[in-house]
Design a protein around this ligand. Structure first.
Ligand code: SF4
Ligand code: SF4
Length: 504
């Protein structure tokens, strides 16, 4: 067994925060029953929404593809249990693209009948490119919260010279402990997923990285690694500092390589995948089960019995909370995600989706406080892990100055919320940055759409012009040969030419 090793690089800024995780990790993961209805958003990933391939009234089986990817950046959606499609409609969601989204609604029949399993070839006998294509069909996305389609991320990494696969078990945000439970209970499957990824990418080094405050997870992974005897996989332990689980921060900590501004870990030879994503890859490639469930943490002082649960994707959050024992009397605010990066929601009818790592109900929002003017203390800059100047960004965000926001690196902001936590003036910096980033991305999207439309318009004009010239040439040729045939033939050609002009 490889002994855990320690960090190489140093993280700028960051905070040591109270963990609040003991409550949810006291017991093993509990399985939430299949709900009466599942609500499956067609957008659960970064990229174009998937396109439904079922209709109202269709009977579907567990694991059946119900929406296909559309475009290069896509991921399919699968039915997470058997039943009948009763709606394809707008439903409340907790997503980065709004509060409502089209969902495929399934009335579950309680039979949980699965698609017949086709025999899967041992991935080691397949060409790595074939394994990548198969990952695409499993609906797998980054389960650490980014929900970037995994197959596309792997394909990008394959085109570059990626040296290290880094499995991210650094679950540094307070309250969230779903990855901790996963590492304790399914360490072998995580490592099996790592082996699949290494095969698909032809990588020979994998670091599995865990924080030092997770001794049980470290032990389980160490034991599983000992049984596996794969010396290409190395367990690494890093200090517990928020937000060391950010991709760029993790690369810095583990390899001492700095991801360039605006760049990706693959620019410095690293591919980062969440441990949950590795387990999902194992489930699909080895056990033939697509991504239809996930572990999520249900916690906070507004929850009667905090715990980690395994629930089907599409289960309403209210059903999940009820299963755990319901809300405590004093629950006032509900967040999907952690206290720093999560999103506040006004209803628990929103479904659990691929990105849902935490359901947090709290008595009072710890971030509430009367906002005061910035006093230029600089505390926000001192804790920013990306070495930005949040006070400056805030100024430009208020002024809607897109150019300055870009110059000052807003697009590198990982929305970790550290600046909010230390700001003595209670300025909601991260929320402002999120909105400003959204606007910049929208503008970039609009520009890209306009550019594509311009290309299409120019290509069409070129084609029409070419066709016109070809017709002219053909008519000239016919006219030439008709000169010899006499005036009647010329009149016929001119008549045809006039007719075509009118058609154009
Ligand atoms: S939210 Fe952005 S600006 Fe604030 S500390 Fe985190 S990375 Fe820096
Ligand atoms: S921490 Fe708050 S008050 Fe201090 S400089 Fe930053 S934004 Fe201004």
């Amino acid at each position: 067994m490889s002994a855990p090793t320690y960090d190489l690089g140093k993280l700028h800024g960051g905070l040591r925060l109270p963990a609040h995780k003991a409550q949810s990790t006291a017991a093993t993961v509990q399985v939430v029953p299949i709900p009466p209805q599942l609500y499956l958003p067609i957008t659960q990933h970064v990229g174009e929404p998937a396109q439904p391939v079922v209709h109202i009234g269709d009977r579907v089986l567990k694991g059946q593809t119900i929406a296909e990817p559309d475009g290069e950046m896509g991921a399919p959606v699968h039915a997470s249990s058997s039943g009948t499609v009763v709606g394809i409609e707008q439903w409340p969601v907790s997503g980065r693209y709004g509060d409502r989204a089209p969902c495929i609604v399934i009335d579950c029949d309680g039979k949980d009948e699965a698609m017949p399993r086709t025999a899967v070839a041992d991935y080691r006998s397949l060409d790595p490119a074939e394994v990548l294509l198969r990952v695409l069909d499993g609906g797998i996305v980054g389960l650490g919260g980014a929900v970037f389609p995994t197959a596309q991320k792997l394909m990008q990494a394959r085109t570059l010279e990626t040296e290290y696969l880094i499995l991210n078990g650094v679950e540094c945000e307070p309250y969230i402990s779903c990855d901790d439970s996963l590492m304790r209970e399914r360490a072998g499957d995580i490592l099996s997923g790592a082996q699949v990824l290494m095969h698909a990418l032809r990588i020979d080094v994998c670091y599995v990285v865990v924080e030092s405050d997770k001794p049980e997870a470290l032990q389980s992974l160490g034991e599983a690694l000992g049984e596996l005897g794969d010396e290409r996989i190395v367990l690494k332990q890093v200090p517990t500092i928020y937000p060391s689980g950010g991709e760029d921060q993790l690369v810095q900590l583990v390899t001492n390589r700095q991801v360039p501004s605006g760049g990706l870990p693959t620019d410095v030879g690293c591919l980062v995948q969440n441990v949950g994503t590795a387990a999902a890859v194992h489930d699909w490639i080895v056990d033939n089960e697509p991504l239809i469930s996930r572990i999520t943490t249900v916690t906070g002082d507004g929850i009667t019995n905090p715990m980690n649960v395994l629930a089907r994707i599409g289960t309403p959050v209210g059903d999940v909370v009820e299963f755990t024992g319901g809300y405590a009397d004093r629950a006032e605010h509900l967040f999907i995600g952690g206290p720093l990066t999560g999103k506040s929601v006004s209803t628990d009818r929103v479904p659990l989706v691929k990105a849902t790592n935490c359901i947090l109900a709290v008595f009072k929002s710890s971030f509430a406080g009367r906002e005061l003017p910035c006093i230029r203390c600089g505390d926000c800059a001192a804790v920013c892990p990306v070495q930005l100047l949040p006070q400056q960004l805030f100024w430009y965000a208020c002024a809607d100055n897109e150019q300055k926001l870009r110059e000052f690196g807003l697009t590198d902001c990982i929305e970790c919320g550290c600046c909010d936590l230390v700001c003595p003036s209670h300025i909601p910096l991260t929320a402002d940055f999120r909105i400003a980033k959204g606007r910049i991305l929208e503008l970039a999207d609009e520009k890209a759409r306009a550019e594509r439309a311009r290309h299409r318009f120019e290509a069409r004009n070129e084609r029409l012009e070419k066709e016109r010239q070809e017709r002219e040439a053909e008519l000239a040729r016919q006219k030439e040969s008709a000169k010899e045939a006499g005036p009647a033939a010329i009149a016929e050609i001119l008549k045809r030419k006039k007719q075509r002009s009118e058609d154009d």
